[in-house]
Unconditional design. Sequence first.
Length: 367
Amino acid sequence: MSELLIVGSEQDNTRLDRFLADQYEEYTRSFLQKLIDQGNVSINGISVKKSGIKLKENDEIAVTLPEPQPLEVVAEDIPLDILYEDDDVILINKPKGMVVHPAAGHTSGTIVNALLYHCKDSLSGINGVIRPGIVHRIDMDTTGVIIACKNDASHNCIAAQLKEHSITRRYYAIVHGNLKEDEGVIDAPIGRDPNNRKRMAINHKNGKNAVTHYKVLERFGRFTWIECRLETGRTHQIRVHMASIGHPLLGDVLYGPTKCPYQLQGQTLHAYVLGFIHPSTGKYMEFQAPLPDYFEDLLKSFANHPQDKNKRIKSMKKIIAKSFHRGDLYRLLWHCCAILLYIAAAMRLHETGIFIVLQFHLISRFH
């Protein structure tokens, strides 16, 4: 299969390998390099074998690609955590590490393989044999709710809502650092990273419109628990946007620190709400996927982190010293009660939320 590409003005003086990588995002650089080495790429009718050749505007690049091998997708008896199902749609709570549809390197064990077994022939065929029923997806290491469609009419209806940005999509995430603002909006276009095809990036020249709303749920000093609401659904949108403002997701080695202080499998991101207009009834429906265990365990560990506890205790010591200096016995007694509550909570339970809220309520009331 041969394709002819024309070099545009904006691609003038671009290296051949970079040009091909931009044109064929679905292929790896090593695959494209192999095409060049084997003489399957020509410039203005002349076969070339050097990837570093600089191209000029209006150059004609002929590329001979191997015929694609058909990928057989088979039904697999994989358990699904089904949140809701009817004749039109099925909503699934996707676990971490599970790919949505088959692709290179992931030909089995996907959501699609499981759906084929569970739904048999009752899946929409609009996205072809590789993605039956799939109308949107979330990353392999992102958990949470995803919708699949059982017929073409439902598929078209949900796809239209996605295009119109009318579907409700809210995510929980844990990010590095302490966000200064309680909430905010990131409006920045996202496109392929020109320096690393595995990454996306803020790309004002060639990127697509992308808008993410975020809200702080709780601060832990070193990390912040946030809720994100998507207007658009670009690849890696939340991961790219939060990294762009200096707060990458915990565990995200692609956009954040390469070393993670916790043993995590990818980014700490969970799609916890999906809301849409039902294709048949016309009624709004909304579904939630409970937080996975690892996410809840992280939140508990943050709340009980020694560093954070020490900061709270030091703060209370200062308040008590100030009260004692003033001779305010009544105030001093209340602060002592607050510390006792805090110590009791730390010794007895991980779930210290009620005790800590009461503790700060007492302090704020009498300070």
